[in-house]
Design a protein around this ligand. Sequence first.
Ligand code: GL5
Length: 804
Amino acid sequence: MRTWKTKKEFKKLFIEKAEVLFEKNVKELSHREVYQIIATMIKDLVSDDWIQTEKIYNHKRVRQVYYFSIEFLLGRLLNTNLLNCDMEELCRSALQDFGFDLEDIFPEEPDPGLGNGGLGRLAACYIDSMAALQLPGHGCSIRYQYGLFDQRIIDGQQVELPDAWLRNGFPWEIKKSDKAVDVRFGGHAYMRPGKGGALVCVHEQYNTVRAVPYDVPVLGYQNRTVNTLRLWKAEYTRENMYGQLRYGDYRKALQYKDQAQQISRFLYPNDSTYEGRKLRLMQEYFFVSAGLQSIMRHYKKHYGSPKLFDRYIALHINDTHPALIIPELMRILMDEEGLSWEDSWRITTNSVAYTNHTILPEALERWSIPMFQELLPRIFLIVDEINRRWLEAVQQRFPGQEDKAREVAILWNNQVHMASLAVVGSHSVNGVAKLHSEILKINTLKPFYTWFPERFNNKTNGVTHRRWLIESNPQLTELICDTIGKDWVHAPEKLLALEPFGNDAAFRERLAEVKQKRKEILAEYLHKERNITLNPHSIFDIQIKRMHMYKRQLLNILHVYHLYRQLVENPGMDIIPRTFIFGGKAAASYGEAKITIQLINTVARLIDQDYRAARKLKVVFLENYNVSLGQKLFPAADVSEQISTASKEASGTGNMKFMFNGAITLGTMDGANVEIHQEVGDEHSVIFGLRADEVQRYYQEGGYSSWDIYNSDADVRRALEVLEENPMFGQLREALLDRNDEFFVLKDFKSYCAAQQEIERRYRDTEGWFRSSTVNIAHAGHFSSDRSIQEYADEIWNLDAVKI
Ligand code: GL5
């Protein structure tokens, strides 16, 4: 393969690619075409290393991990990959010679629609860190044709448009048709005596869906490691189609074809319908089965006997969506490799490890047994047997205690309980922040913890500082390097060396300049691209995350309205101008979250149109929040809003991205906020509200009376008046008062207002503020995903780094 290492070679190849790909000379190229050419060139550039990496893994027969996740929210890859192969400056300068500015090229890349929120973004950070640490680890997921949705705000309301992110192709992927595998759905499965009398499974009359892999290279940070993210696309098979046509059943044949193609069409099919849920279950089995079959095939070719599978292979499941990997591995080992149940079970549980990402009951997956059985008859037989053996063990230990069995059953109440399957079938169960891992032990998964205390552990989340600091905030990166050198780039915990500079006036001044600059960059961008005007001299107070009642965007906007009312009554009130920025998508079927967006936009308009307030306050709801917009917002933030109801946010990862960029956390003692607070202390973060144990106690006691607060607190009463503006908002008022405020918005209102005043007080003390900002950056290193992944590798996967 011809590739480039110098600017001259780059330019020569660039010209050739322009001809081959677009039949154009350089002057005629559009920005999008330039992006496509460079992406293709990078893929060519790293292809030798990619092949080499795999060769070394195979040759040395190293232990490898496969990270199964139903989402990988990658973000744009061009900048990241240029940084990783250390070609950014060369590329920038070559393009300049051609008359292009690299900064104009980056926005041409659409954000891949392969994820929706924190869980998917975490998976993307984790594969980045695996490659950076030279760990043999790969991702496995689905190649969705459409992402979540493109969010538009029309008349203040969210409107969902299709996110056809693949419209112009995805230049980072390579289709591997020869590595396709078949996945079976439906039909009948039963056991019958085979040779020597042992029972064997017969599975017949099933449909076959072809899974075709598309591989995306995952580049290590300037270290030549190139791992793989394998994305599966679903296709129909001609054989299956013709099979049905042979019997003259056109309707069935077309139905099959359509259903097969549906599997990888949408991220998040609407699960409020039976058809939607069925499709989601098909997606889960589809990528798990395809991934595992290809792993097994590769393993047997290079490593040998399936009996040693668990010595060489670790399988990680990111939440329960890939938990069918447990019965699927059992199926492959027994039905295809001829191993016994006992050997297969030992290998399976030794291979699989499970991370839980939520305690919200509605998010714990359960499938109806009839649907499961119809779609996956062979897998159901195996789950049924796992459940039978497991309950037998429970009965032996607690004879006659039905309730013990009920608590831990995998099949119960006509449902398959996926979290129970995941815990029983794996050797490690972890939460994603210290508090969350404790809640799993004492609450959500308590009965399992009593059984398998040794399985439970914590792995606090992390984010890749390469994307979230180095790539997103070059100004801050330069300041840090000028101040403490570059060691931290490879060892982010060394950011700690920055802490003493919080006491250095010259450093603080430069830090303030960087923050100001980043606020101006954001303001300019929003002005140019979205016609939004911000005052870059106001405090930028930002809440960006999925819209959810437990995340309490409602608390934030009620406080803004409270401030607004104060200003109206007292226009001379001395407050520092404040810009409240919101961004996030609400699930299409989540009424209250969508109304909250409308409320935010209503308050925004109210303030804009009132001269008494508009000089001091500004509210913006940014349409279509995604990874690339996030990369502009985190560097510009002064205040990081992390205000979920304590105990509800498993970890949060936005909180860490803000911290890397020197924002101050305004948060509850929830998720990883607790550990951020532990790192920086009361002096450098602002904490408010009920604690997790208090929230849990209220729940046990049937809640609290929000009416009492309403009746006794005039500020609360006044703030709620905004909900009388529009009959739509009545639903929110009802949730807060008549449905007893499940998320403690009114209960925490007073203490949130006080915390906001505290933020303002601290901001007035510029010296103290930037000292706090420095301390936050210095302690952010702990929240690098490199730290998290090293812990996974050492404590769960038992994986060593491999030099390439
Ligand atoms: C989530 C949690 O809600 C977040 O608190 C957590 O940071 C994230 C990654 O561990 O996982 N669970 C989940 O289903 N989504 C999340 O963001 O989407």
